[in-house]
Design a protein around this ligand. Structure first.
Ligand SMILES: [Zn+2]
Length: 295
C-alpha cells in the first residue's frame, strides 16, 4: 500500500509517498497558512496533485483536530479562517481516496514510536520543546486522547504555584519554565547577544559558568515535569523532541539526574532524543493509515 502522507504546519507542508516505512518520494513547500484556511487547502491540493500511485491520503495538521470526524476543531490566528474546516470531506470528494487526519504533535509521536526513537515501545510519552511544550501519550501503541480528544497538554501542567502567566490564561505552567523560549528568556536577561540555542551551547562549551548554571536550572525544570509523568504513566521510555534536544548535554544530564528522583519501582526509564526530525510527522501519518486500513 502506498501512503501519501502530508504534514501541514504553520510554515511548510511536508509530504512523502511511503510504502512499508520507506520514503519513495518526498517534497516540501510553503504552506502560506497566514493567508488563511482556503489558501492552505489550495496548497494542500497542489501538493497532492504532484503525486501519483497512492492508495490513501493521510494528513497531519496544525491546530486542534477531530480525527474521528475529520475536521479542524480550532486553529488560532496563525491560520485565519481554518477553524471548522471539514478537511477530510473536502479532500475525499476531490481525490476519491480514503483520507485520515490527525494533529501534528500526535502524528510526530506515532512516527517516533513506530519508526524512530521509540521503535518497539508500546507505552511511551513524547514531549516537544520549542516555543511551548507539546506532548502526546501513547498507550499500547495508540494515542491516548481523553474525554474531549485533547489529552496530552503537558505544557500546561502546573509546576509553579502562582507562577508566571501563560498564554492559556493560567499561571505557573510547565512550558513557561521548560520550553526553549523559557531558556532563551533567562539567557537573554543575562546577555542579550546570546539569542539562540546554538550560541547558548557554544558558550557552555567555552566554559561560561553563568550560562551553565542557567542551562542546568532549565534542565531541572524539564526534569520535574518528567518525574510527574513517569509516576503517573510508568512509561518504558520518554522521547524528547525539538531542535534543542539535539544537544547531548541535555539528554545526558536528564538521564543522570532523573534516576535519583523517581521511586525505585519506576527505575530504568529511558529518556531518548527524537530521531526522525522533520520526517516524524509523515512517518506518523503512514503508521496511522496502516492501522486504519487494517480495521
Ligand atoms: Zn498554560
Amino acid at each position: 500500500m502506498n501512503i501519501l502522507a502530508l504534514d501541514v504546519g504553520g510554515t511548510a507542508i511536508k509530504s512523502a509517498l511511503i510504502n512499508h516505512g520507506e520514503i519513495l518520494k518526498c517534497d516540501e513547500c510553503l504552506s502560506e497558512a497566514k493567508l488563511g484556511g482556503p489558501q492552505l487547502i489550495k496548497n494542500i491540493m497542489k501538493t497532492i496533485d504532484s503525486y501519483h500511485d497512492y492508495d490513501v491520503i493521510s494528513i497531519s495538521s496544525t491546530g486542534q483536530v477531530d480525527s474521528e470526524k475529520g475536521y479542524i476543531i480550532y486553529a488560532n490566528e496563525n491560520v485565519p479562517n481554518y477553524t471548522g474546516t471539514k478537511l477530510c470531506n473536502i479532500i475525499e470528494e476531490k481525490y476519491k481516496k480514503p483520507v485520515f487526519l490527525e494533529n501534528d504533535v500526535n502524528a510526530a509521536a506515532l512516527g517516533e514510536g513506530f519508526y524512530g526513537a521509540g521503535k518497539g515501545e508500546k507505552d511511551f510519552i513524547c514531549l516537544t520543546y520549542g516555543t511551548g511544550v507539546g506532548g502526546a501519550i501513547v498507550i499500547n501503541r495508540k494515542i491516548y486522547k481523553g474525554f474531549h480528544g485533547v489529552a496530552g497538554e503537558m505544557g500546561h501542567m502546573v509546576t509553579h504555584i502562582n507562577g508566571l502567566p501563560c498564554n492559556c490564561g493560567h499561571k505557573g505552567c510547565y512550558e513557561q519554565y521548560a520550553s526553549t523560549t523559557a531558556l532563551l528568556r533567562k539567557v537573554m536577561a543575562y546577555d542579550n547577544n546570546i539569542n539562540d540555542g546554538y550560541l547558548i551551547f557554544s558558550e557552555l562549551e567555552k566554559g561560561n559558568n553563568r550560562i551553565k548554571s542557567i542551562v542546568d536550572n532549565w534542565i531541572d525544570e524539564i526534569i520535574y515535569g518528567l518525574i510527574n509523568l513517569v509516576h503517573i504513566f510508568n512509561p518504558s521510555c520518554i522521547i524528547l523532541g525539538g531542535g534543542i534536544m539535539k544537544q547531548n548535554y541535555i539528554i545526558d544530564s536528564i538521564n543522570e539526574k532523573i534516576q535519583d528522583k523517581i521511586m525505585d519501582s519506576f527505575k530504568g526509564i529511558k529518556i531518548v532524543p527524537a530521531q526522525l526530525g522533520n520526517n516524524a510527522g509523515v512517518f506518523g501519518m503512514a503508521a496511522i493509515a496502516e492501522e486504519k486500513m487494517k480495521q
